[in-house]
Ligand binder design. Structure first.
Ligand code: NAD
Ligand code: AKB
Length: 322
């Protein structure tokens, strides 16, 4: 029987995933038991008014240690990172934050004997030599981006802490995450969020990926569900720990545009691929997530049409567009 999570710290809590994860964890575990942290000094009002918030750079191990002590933290969701496109612009920063930040989190968790740590990986852990269709759980991990390299290190280092020190580290390889609340933070899959804003505001979008670029994607409610399901799963059922493939849906840019056109018939798209095309071309098109299904009961709720309808409804309200 695994130990329980009672006092949670989230790093990178202001980001695309962290901002929503914080709220669902506060609802589930109690507002005072979920401490949001981020390097940002300008968190949303919702974030600071709904529970504790601390400014924390994950590269600062002393501060991380003191925040963990101050709130008697037993569990960390480590969401702070530099994503793929930003990482290619500044690989040194990506290495520093993604590797040294992670090392600090794992070391503090080991020293203080924490219950559990969540360390997300990504489809970016794969590379051009990986089979691209229905990418298996066990396969070639030779990414070409600095971000992907840090994700492979994260998977292996988390697994090392599990076997060497008995630290319960868990993680999934998230696909591109689509959400309506917080904009994505500098990735290659960001087009799949931007396109909705542009379709509603201007009825046109210029894609930075080619129209036939097909990538694995997931809607935020499924992302939150997967994260919490894995973290609450019985440890004795897990054969994998830090590297679960999880699938939501898979579509090309053109297929997403066509789905949006069902709701906004005069929506127009054109294509001007940039440096992110090469990154997308090195990632899978679709993912085999049978290990997650077998070991902790994973299954997604959203497909392309359900996600598109929900995104448009949420963004219409957010942007006050009829
Ligand atoms: P994001 O870029 O939206 O948010 C990251 C947050 O980390 C930001 O709020 C940023 O201010 C913060 N941050 C940056 N440097 C920091 C530092 N030195 N110390 C503390 N905080 C710092 O990222 P996200 O999309 O929310 O991703 C969360 C995690 O999920 C990351 O590990 C990412 O690699 C992974 N992931 C995300 C996606 C996706 O599509 N969103 C897909 C695969 C994996
Ligand atoms: C990115 O595009 O960098 C992220 C990811 C898939 O890890 N969304």
């Amino acid at each position: 029987m695994s130990k329980e999570m009672k006092r949670i710290l989230i790093t990178g809590a202001c980001g695309q995933i962290g901002s929503e994860l914080t709220m669902v964890l506060r609802e589930r575990y109690g507002t005072d038991n979920v401490v949001a942290t981020d390097i940002r000094k300008d968190p949303s009002r919702e974030m600071v008014e709904s529970g504790p918030y601390e400014v924390l750079d994950v590269r600062d191990r002393e501060k991380l240690s003191s925040v963990v002590e101050k709130y008697s933290i037993d569990t960390i969701f480590h969401m702070a990172a530099i994503l793929s496109a930003s990482g290619e612009k500044n690989p040194w920063l990506a290495w520093d934050v993604n590797i040294n930040g992670l090392y600090n989190v794992l070391e503090i968790a080991r020293e203080k004997n924490l219950t559990r740590v969540f360390v997300p990986s990504s489809i970016a852990a794969f590379g051009p030599e990986t089979p691209r269709k229905n990418t298996p759980q066990e396969t070639v991990l030779k990414p070409r981006t600095i971000y992907g390299i840090t994700k492979v290190v994260g998977e292996r280092l988390g697994e090392y802490y599990f076997w060497k020190f008995g630290l319960d580290v868990r993680g999934v390889r998230y696909p591109g995450i689509i959400s309506s609340k917080t904009l994505p933070g500098g990735g290659t899959t960001d087009y799949a969020v931007e396109i909705f804003y542009e379709a509603l505001k201007h009825k046109k979008y210029t894609s930075f990926l080619r129209k036939d670029t097909r990538l694995p994607m997931m809607y935020m409610p499924d992302c939150l569900k997967a994260t919490i399901m894995l973290m609450e799963a019985d440890l004795s059922r897990l054969k994998h720990h830090t590297d679960f493939n999880v699938a939501g849906m898979s579509f090309s840019v053109e297929e997403l545009a066509n789905e949006i056109k069902k709701h906004i018939p005069d929506f127009k798209i054109d294509y001007k691929p940039d440096f992110r095309q090469e990154i997308a071309d090195s990632w899978p098109e679709s993912i085999d997530d049978s290990a997650a299904r077998e070991e902790w009961g994973w299954s997604p709720d959203y497909d392309l049409s359900k996600m598109t309808a929900d995104m448009l409804e949420k963004l219409r309200k957010k942007l006050s567009i009829d």
